[in-house]
Design a protein around this ligand. Structure first.
Ligand code: BES
Ligand code: ZN
Length: 628
């Protein structure tokens, strides 16, 4: 790593010149929601608000740290203190950039909270009104929660290490000192020094090949909230898949990834036709190693993805439609606080469904809709027993981790509310309304109450308002009675098959044309019934569930079979293998939970104690709570 050290001094000075030359990038100070108090940030945007970031970071794989400078441009109003968010950052010094002079500043740590981190207080030389720029020299902790530093063994290629970030919801502050609030937007430029044989990518303009010196430059010229800051460094290759789409991933899976996601451009065209032009230039995909804790993350210009969506038959690409839809709902129009998370996810699931309908037909999107309804029903059932308030769309996460709001309520209840409105006013009107909503609030953030107001003023009259039961949907618990249901044609065959199977597991039916979604519906119904050991064995050997390659089908089967106390050596081996290989929290949690519920906590803990090291911090946190 010595060559990095030597270059460092030179690089930083070059970088400061580069920063001073782009000082005047400022955004309008007009977004009312910059001033909505965000309960998950220490920022005081009424006094000082970030509008541009220049980042210089060096990735040190030996020590698992990022170190460098964050140069932050702020707009201030009578500010004697600048408040930023940080979490386990080691701050070395903070300076102000006053014309060309660099002035050392005092700083201190304020409030401290295990979820929110540490308030970073910075004291300008005098009260500031107007533009102000500070340079923070810092490094991250080796345990920074957003970062996962993978060893070569934890990658697909097994030869080089890998680093990726996951900033949503409030983890950007664990690798960059900033105002980590979705109501605050800024543009950014970055320079990343990576080891020479690795590529660096960000949620910004990206390289397509290795650089000679390991230095990569990035620009994001559209203002984004901090949770969309993203970085990955690794043995990464590039393949174009269309005029504005490509996949990035480890070379060993490049070909299969490029095929799997070969229809992304079709989705972008469908999305644009629905709700207006794509605003971010390119839309590329980065397929990460299997420990990535989510299905996907909508980092602007570069969606981060789990490799578990590569099924070989394009059957899980709704996830691409989902992350793409966030380019409008989320990235363009952003939830003002994490209490408004449903505005991001509910709208996105609705939009995702519309994209899928356009590209793959209504027969297909209806299946997705029904699966969403099933998830919603079971989530509501569970929460109504334990935390009924968590079934509200407008959720109160004050004093809690915003991660607690990542449930099927935001996604599927949000989706179904939009279906209610669509059914009431008709598609034509609703589409126009949504298109205008995205246009009106583009590059801004929205609170739930603002959306409610907008809906009242621009779409629903009083009678429709009451009929849709909007208040109850948004501020009430449970599932309102007018929740629409769908009966997908393609599921009729599934339902008739399962009915017969439950009587006779050898019942013969034609499933040659079944997609993943038919199988998931099949398994959902199977899971609602009691099945004998004998029948489980028969079903498994007949449909080969334990050895199925499709990650969604496999994880659903594992949960069901565990819950039915399926005993079989191959099966146990498979559970272990899957939990070791995959770090996607949506799969891990129900499997571990099923093991606990069926009296196999010992087995679960034994696997977890060995697999935990390989999971990202957000998965660990959930599972630590589950497994003690
Ligand atoms: N933005 C989310 C992932 C997320 C949410 C990360 C909250 C951290 C906090 C992403 O768009 C998402 O919803 N992913 C889903 C995809 C699915 C619903 C298609 C996932 O990862 O399962
Ligand atoms: Zn999402």
């Amino acid at each position: 790593m010595n060559y990095i050290m030597k270059n460092n001094v030179l690089l930083i000075s070059v970088f400061i010149v580069f920063i001073t030359s782009c000082q005047n990038k400022s955004i309008e100070f007009s977004n009312a929601n910059m001033f909505t108090k965000d309960p998950h940030s220490f920022a005081d945007p009424k006094k000082a608000v970030v509008n541009h970031l220049d980042l210089y970071l060096e990735a040190n794989f030996n020590e698992k740290i990022l170190s460098g400078t964050a140069t932050i441009s702020l707009k201030c109003l009578d500010a004697d203190t600048i408040r930023l968010d940080s979490y386990d950052l080691i701050i070395k010094k903070i300076e102000a950039l006053d014309s060309k002079d660099i002035i050392p500043l005092d700083f201190n740590y304020g409030q401290n909270d295990p979820t929110l981190g540490t308030e970073l207080l910075i004291f300008p030389q005098k009260k500031i009104t107007g533009n102000y720029t500070i340079i923070i020299s810092y490094q991250t902790s080796p345990n920074a929660k957003a970062l996962q530093w993978l060893t070569p063994e934890q990658t697909n290629g097994k030869t080089k290490p890998f680093l990726f970030t996951q900033s949503q919801a409030i983890l950007a502050r664990t690798w960059i000192p900033l105002q980590d609030s979705p109501g605050i937007r800024f543009t950014y430029k970055a320079k990343i020094q990576a080891p020479k044989d690795m590529m660096a990518l960000m949620s910004a303009s990206n390289p397509t090949e290795l650089s000679d010196d390991g230095i990569y430059s990035f620009e994001m010229n559209e203002p984004i909230p901090s949770y969309l800051m993203a970085l990955a460094v690794g043995d990464i290759a590039y393949q174009s898949t269309g005029p504005r789409t490509a996949v990035y991933c480890e070379p060993s899976i490049l070909e299969s990834a490029a095929w799997e996601f070969g229809e992304t451009e079709k989705m972008i065209l469908a999305a644009e036709k629905l709700y207006g032009p794509y605003q971010w230039g390119r839309y590329d995909l980065l397929v990460l190693p299997a420990s990535f804790p989510f299905g996907g993350m909508e980092n602007p210009r570069l969606t981060f993805l789990t490799p578990t969506v590569i099924s070989g038959d394009r059957s899980l690409v709704a996830l691409i439609a989902h992350e793409l839809a966030h380019s409008w709902s989320g990235n363009l129009v952003t939830n003002a606080t994490w209490n408004d998370f449903w505005l991001n996810e509910g709208f996105t699931v609705y939009f995702e469904n519309r994209i899928m309908e356009t590209v793959y037909g209504k027969g297909y999107s209806d299946m997705l809709r029904k699966l969403s309804y099933s998830d919603l029903k079971s989530e509501i059932k569970e929460f109504m027993n334990s935390e009924p308030d968590d079934t509200k769309l407008s959720i109160d996460l004050v004093g809690r981790n915003p991660d607690d709001g990542v449930t099927a309520i935001a996604y599927d209840k949000g989706f179904h509310l939009l279906l209610v409105i669509e059914n009431l006013v008709g598609r034509k009107k609703f589409d126009l309304f949504l298109k205008n909503y995205f246009k009106t609030y583009k590059f801004k953030s929205v609170t739930t109450s603002e959306f409610v107001q907008y809906l009242k003023s621009n779409l629903l009259d009083k009678q429709q308002w009451e009929m849709a039961d909007i208040e109850n949907w948004i501020y009430g618990t449970g599932l309102p009675e007018n929740c629409p249901k769908v009966y997908p044609k393609r599921f009729l065959a599934v339902e008739s098959a399962i009915e017969n199977i439950l009587i006779n597991p050898e019942y013969n039916f034609n499933n040659s044309h079944w997609s993943t979604h038919e199988w998931l519906h099949f398994l959902n119904i199977l899971g609602e019934n009691e099945i004998t050991q004998n029948d489980l064995v028969k079903l498994d050997s007949r449909f080969n569930f334990t050895n199925v390659k499709n990650s969604e089908i496999l994880s659903a089967w594992l949960v069901i079979a565990i819950s039915q106390n399926y005993k079989n050596q191959d099966f146990d081996k498979k559970i272990e293998e899957f939990l070791f290989k995959v770090g996607r929290r949506k799969f891990l949690t129900p499997i571990y939970q099923a093991l606990i519920n069926s009296g196999r906590e010992g087995f679960a803990k034994q696997i977890y104690s060995k697999a935990r090291d390989g999971y990202h911090s957000v998965a660990r946190e959930t599972l630590d709570n589950l497994l003690g």
